[in-house]
Design a binder for this molecule. Structure first.
Ligand code: SF4
Ligand code: SF4
Length: 427
């Protein structure tokens, strides 16, 4: 038994908390979760069924926590885990699961399968069985502060361009601002107009906000790879930045898993409550709308739909807010067949979009989104997660030029297009 395998087994044993034990002892093997998972429905491969992905955890539980399992082990008949099992499950849990949580929604006995898959990742990562792309991203996140290697200088240059484009100064490190805004590296690099959009909206709505030069990254690669120590380290950087600037709120940007991590998981990961409230950008925009501080004029005549990012809608509960905002600016909005809490994942969440070897699988499972699009035939897809947006771009490109003409838009950016910046002109 190698030292790294022992380390992985030891870490996997530590994941055996009360929730995991109760989940594993409650599973009735009904198979309902299988039909909820895009990796199974689009491939037909039984190895991608959600419950099979947690098999290493189940085997460990059965062998070491159940009477019959312990008895079998005592007589040498136990089903023990091997290093080869770890190697085999690496592709299943990293490439073949986006942690979207759709399976958890349908389990008749309430098992949160995605929670257990996250636990399996902890064991595999500790044993070294995680994709190299994610390992490198985690290393960059720790060393540079960004999984994509985005530096402060890059952010400052991006802000400078956005300031010129929107004609509004953006002040970093403003102590005592109400809100601290985070960004994902994917946003800074791929969709920098998000920064200009919020600058315009916040100015029009008189929101006091800032950005920290100490730490601005929303993405948490520690969560994606399954390394709680790295996850905690990255969360602590956000806490330090927020405390230093004495803000009341932290804004999670258009990034799905970043929201779940900082809003719902962070206190458990770092072992104490956060000294600020967390709000998703769409929650804040909807609040500003309710308060009459966000006003728009005109609307797009495009026939469009909204892709619910799994971590924002299903796992985060931000379902009505984007629709309120779309009501303001998109009268020709049409829902996809499955939407809101039961949306289908884009196939790139949970770190899957970072894994180059998973490209073919990602394209295959994106077929579920293509079917949904074909049903309604829209001109544009709006979403609120930069990672979803990148995955949609890749998916549509892979499905051919006629699919590639569908426009992809961030919701914040769409709202900003119709923003009333001079209140006296508002309707
Ligand atoms: S979390 Fe999503 S991708 Fe992962 S097993 Fe469940 S349904 Fe499939
Ligand atoms: S739906 Fe729930 S009970 Fe049924 S196999 Fe999946 S995890 Fe087990």
């Amino acid at each position: 038994m190698s030292e790294r395998f022992e380390q992985g087994m030891s870490t996997l044993r530590k994941q055996m908390d009360a929730r995991v034990v109760s989940y594993l002892s409650s599973c009735v093997n009904c198979g309902v979760c299988a039909e909820a998972c895009l990796f199974y429905t689009e491939t037909g491969d039984p190895r991608y069924t959600p419950i099979y992905k947690v098999e290493p955890l189940r085997r460990l539980w059965h062998g070491e926590y159940t009477f019959w399992g312990k008895l079998a082990s005592a007589f040498g008949f136990g089903s023990t885990l091997t290093e080869q099992d770890f190697a085999d499950w690496e592709e299943l849990v990293y490439d073949g699961c986006t942690m979207c949580g759709r399976c958890s929604m349908v389990c008749p006995v309430g098992i949160d399968i995605a929670y257990m898959i996250r636990k399996v990742k902890e064991g595999l990562a500790a044993a070294g069985y995680s994709p190299d792309d994610l390992k490198s991203a985690a290393q960059r996140a720790v060393e540079i502060g960004s999984p994509m290697g985005v530096t402060l200088a890059t952010l400052q240059a991006t802000i400078s361009v956005q300031e010129k484009e929107c004609g509004i100064p953006i002040t970093m490190d403003r102590e005592g601002a109400d809100y601290l805004c985070l960004f994902s590296s994917g946003e800074i690099v791929g969709f920098p107009e998000f920064i200009g959009s919020i600058a315009r909206i916040f100015k029009a709505a008189d929101v006091s906000w800032t950005i920290s030069s100490d730490y601005f990254e929303a993405t948490n690669t520690g969560v994606q790879i399954g390394n709680s120590a790295v996850a905690a380290q990255l969360i602590e950087r956000i806490v330090s930045a927020a405390e230093k600037l004495k803000v009341k709120y932290v804004i999670s940007p258009e990034c799905g898993h970043a929201y779940t991590t900082i809003r719902w998981d962070a206190p458990n990961i770092i072992g104490r409550p956060l000294p600020f409230d967390v709000v998703h950008i769409l929650e804040l925009l909807d609040q500003l709308r309710r308060e009459g501080r966000l006003k728009t004029r005109g609307s797009t005549d495009m026939h469009l739909t909204y892709h619910d990012p799994c971590n924002i809608s299903r796992r985060g509960g931000v379902v009505r807010e984007p629709r309120h905002l779309l009501d303001m600016v998109a009268p020709n909005f049409e829902e996809m067949s499955d939407h809101g809490a039961m949306n289908w994942c884009c196939g790139g969440g949970g770190g899957v979009s970072t894994i180059e070897r998973a490209r073919d699988l990602r394209t295959r499972v994106f077929n579920v989104k293509k079917r949904q699009l074909d049903e309604i035939g829209v001109e544009a897809v709006v979403t609120a997660c930069s990672n979803c947006r990148h995955t949609w771009e890749d998916g549509l490109e892979a499905y051919g030029p006629e699919e590639d003409v569908v426009e992809l838009i961030g919701l914040t950016e769409l709202v900003a297009r119709y923003l009333v910046e001079d209140e006296s002109r508002a309707r």
